[in-house]
Each structure stands twice: as C-alpha cells, then as structure tokens.
Write a protein that binds this ligand. Sequence first.
Ligand code: BDP
Length: 601
Amino acid sequence: MLYPQSNPCRQMMDLSGFWNFRFDPANEGDAQQWGAGFDPVEIIAVPASWNDQFEDWRDYLGTVWYQTTFDLSWGWQGQRILVRFNAVSYLAEVWLNGERLGQHEGGYLPFVFDITDQVKDTGNVLVARVDGQLAPDRVPPGNLAGLSGAAFPTVNYPDTSFDFFPYCGIQRPVLIYTEPPDAITDLTVSTGIEGANGVVQVQIERTPGDPLVGRITLTGHGAVLSADLDLAGESGEVVLTVPDAALWLPDAPNLYDLRVELRRDGAVVDCYTLAIGIRTIAVEGDQLLLNGEPVKLLGFGRHEDFPVVGKGLLPALIIKDYALMRWIGANSFRTSHYPYSEQMMDMADRLGFMVIDETPAVGLFFMGMGLEKRNKLCQQMIREMIDRDKNHPSVIMWSVANEPHTARLEAREAYYRDFTVIKNPSRPEAVESFKAQVELVRELDPTRPVTLVSHEGALEESFAFVDVTCLNRYHGWYSFSGQIDQGLQALDQEIELIYKLYPKPFLLSEFGTDTIPGHHAQPPEMFSEEYQAEFLTKQIRLTDAKPFVIGQHIWNLCDFKTGQAVQRMAAYNYKGVFTRDRRPKLAAHRVRALWRGEDAP
Ligand code: BDP
C-alpha cells in the first residue's frame, strides 16, 4: 500500500480540521438515514479521540457520527479519486453524498474507498458512522466480564482485556487523493548487501491495461542509478546494485529516494517517490543481526497517548518522544499494542530507530466467544500491517500479539508455584492460531524475523514458531512485590528456563514499576522514584550479562491513561520513566547512564 502523495502526477488533500459530530446513544442514525447527512449537534476536531474533547463523554464507547464537506481542487477531473481513513477506532461505515461506500473493522490500520463515481466538483458530503464498542469478538477484545482466566486480571472500567484507555474515533487523518488512470498501485522493496554494494529489489504493481514502459531511479549519497521498466503485465521487478552503499543503521539512518515513473507514448503518466533504506535484518543463532552485525535493542514499549487528543495524531509529540528516546540512549521501541501512525514510522526511518511492529492483537483469549472471528481479524490485521509498513527500513521485526492468554489454567498453577512446565501447557486453539499467523507473516514477508510477546513465560508453546522470544515480566512488582532482589532471582531463573526450552535470541520486552513522580523513599519502596530506579538498574544489568539476550524494552516510555481500576491510581499507568507530560523521573537519569555506558552510582 502506498501512502498518498502530492506530486506532478498525483494530488492529495487532507481533511483534518473541525467536523460536524453527533453522539448516537439510542442508535437512531441508521433509521433516520444520517448517512445521507445529518443535523450536527457538536463540532469535533479530526484527528483526535472523541473521549476527552467534550465535558462528559469520556467513557462513551457507542455509536457516533462524523460529517464534513469538501470540494475538489482544480485539475482533479479525469483521475481516479479515493478517500483514505488512516485509522478509525473501532468500526467505521462510510457514505459519500448519500451513497454507502463500505465499512472497515479494526482501529489502527488504514482503509480506502474509490469514490470516483460518487464524487462531485463541489459540495461533497462525507459521513462516517463510528462504533467504539468493546466486545469479546473484536480485536482487541473487551466486555469479557466473568470469563475467568481470559481478561486483563483486574476489574476495570471500561471493561477492556488490555491496559490502556479504549480511546476511539477518527484518530488519524482522512485524505482525499488521486491516482491517474495508469497508476503505480504498489511497490515492495527488499534490500540486500553484497560486499560494499547494496542490492535493491523493487516489485512494481500497476493498474491492469496495455503494456507500459517506465523508469526507476535511485538517488542519494552520491549515487544516481536508473533502470528501464517494461510493464507488460500487472507487475514487474527491477534489481539495482548500489556501489559503496550507505547502509541504514541507527547511528547513520541513510535513506535513498526511489522514484518510479510510468510512461505512455513518451509522456509520464504516473510517478511516485519512496524513501528507502538499504539494510539486512536476520536472526542467526542467539543473535539479531543488522547488516550482518549483532545489535542490542535498548528502548521501550510506549503508547500513542496524550491529554485531550487521546490517541489522536499529534506531530509535535512524535518529535518530542523521539527526542526523549535519543536523550536517554534508546535505539528501538515496540509499537505496543497496535501499529502506530504512518508519520511515526516515517520518522523512525529518518531518525534511525529500530521498530518491532505489533498488530492490535492485545489480550487475546482462546475460549470461544467469537474465537473464529478474532482469528480472522488477526489475519486481516497482519495483512494490513505488512501491506502498510513493509517498506520501512526501521521495521526490523513483526510481532503478532501481546500477552495472549494461551496457557491452560492447570499449567499456570504449576508454573507459578516453582516454574514447573507440565506437558502441553498451551491451549491447542492458541497454538493452532499462532502457527497459522506466523506462517502468514512469513508468506507475506520472508525478509524479517517474527515474534510473539508473551506473559506466559516458558509455558508459551508458540515460542516454537517465532525467531525471537519476547517476555513481559514484572517480578518485583506484581509478583515478589516490594522485593527487588527476590524478583531479580526469579527473573534470572525464568529467562534461563525459556532459553533452555527455546534456544533463540531473547528480548525482555516489558519490565517496570508504577512510580508516582515526586514520591520518594529510602530504603526504596513500591511507587517511589527510588524503587523504579533500582528495579530498572538491576534488571538491565542482569539481562545485559546474558549473551543470548538481545535487549531490554522498559515498560513504559511515559505514563499513560487507562480505565479505572484499583491497581490504576487516578486511572493512569504510572510505569513511565517520563510523566504523561514528558518530564523525566529519577529512573530516566539512571537508565540514561546505563544505556550510554556511563555507569550509574
Ligand atoms: C503488561 C501489558 C501492558 C500493561 C503492563 C502493566 O502488556 O499493556 O500496561 O503489563 O501491567 O501486562 O503495566
């Protein structure tokens, strides 16, 4: 999938701004045909979650209606015209000028409708009905009350199976854009290294039609390379060799411009420019290799989360979070627990951050109640995520899920007594589901490693399918509460056990403690800044010493909003090393010293 762009062959208009809006708690809109246009009650900012924009609708997760109008710019006639929603949580149904265009399920990935036949030059009315409800058969799931062993193990409101506020609405931009009649419809770039040379392989898809010719040009770092294209069918492939290639890596995120041009009768009919990075990523033995060299992932799980905008795209926050990550010495992060905005991904390419790109499959359970539908949705989301993000050099790994509830209850009991792993500890439905999902990822993208982020530890049988094992673990917090050293011992034991059963590179993908900024204690105790600093320091040192551990991702970069629960003081998760408004806690300074090799006191 190509991000819309404005260039001599293509046009794009961003519909961000103030839209008409209406809450529809009684579900009247369908019967009253609001799809054809409705009388607005409120005005809302797009993009942004709706929850924190008004005075009293924070916890409303039902149906709402969005409406805006637009005119086409001069010169758009004769083109194919499309509308793209970059992300709408959770279920969207869309109409243009009273005609239903279709619907899309899933909150964090883009969807497109061709509106060529419905669009007019002026006075277009675009309406979206958005449903933010939580349900067991959605991904991520919610409203599981009473389903033991499946839900997020707290009583929380709203009832999510995950630990972040279920913000909803049109959370990323909506774009109207053109594609010429003879269009480049997709590009897939994969890169290799041969000696000092880079190898860039480009797969080009085009709209079906008569044979076309074209040209592909790669520029940057002193290179200007081109090759002719002969697109008789719907796709073609070109391989370019870049002498003395400037490789993409965190310390030098070198990018090249890849420009593809299609011609008919000598005239350029379409063009598209994509920023690409030349790099390889692979797992070999216990190591993760970037450009053939072992790399260590230092970084965070984070969230798209900020006051007022909720999960809405906020460009300044993207810049700020990268600045904080740089300051602290991080080189990577995981898109916990859903694919992040395309702007965040572009910036990872430009700033040199390695990204574990995760699907929205957080808190999955495998006890029926819509299992078949969830499985289908997971596969759809894998397809959409890879289609969207496959060309980012920053994406070094795909994650198919975060903390799925895969273990059988009997297995958990034995495991949490003394780390005994009984035979077949996982639910067969879970193993089957992840086997299929990992196979799908490999089929769609054979070039990147795959992982699954687990809280089941050595009980996670699906670790057999992946390249890297990822563990979220809070010994010293939820278990061994108040006892950092005992927690450390348990962590040590568990990591070794996982490695014995699954001898692969291991990432400690979450570890941390809730920390109230300004709360101090000596000796350290839970919720104090000292406790977080000591906990993180010791767990970083422990994992640093293990040769098969490829890194540490602290939970979390910043404090973030959650639902209400007794474990979530003031409805926040306070595990950030920065506050929600991005100020450092004591641990931030400690981690910075550790990650920058200036050992902490
Ligand atoms: C893990 C989850 C994460 C939570 C975190 C926590 O992956 O989403 O926020 O623990 O409890 O279970 O803070």
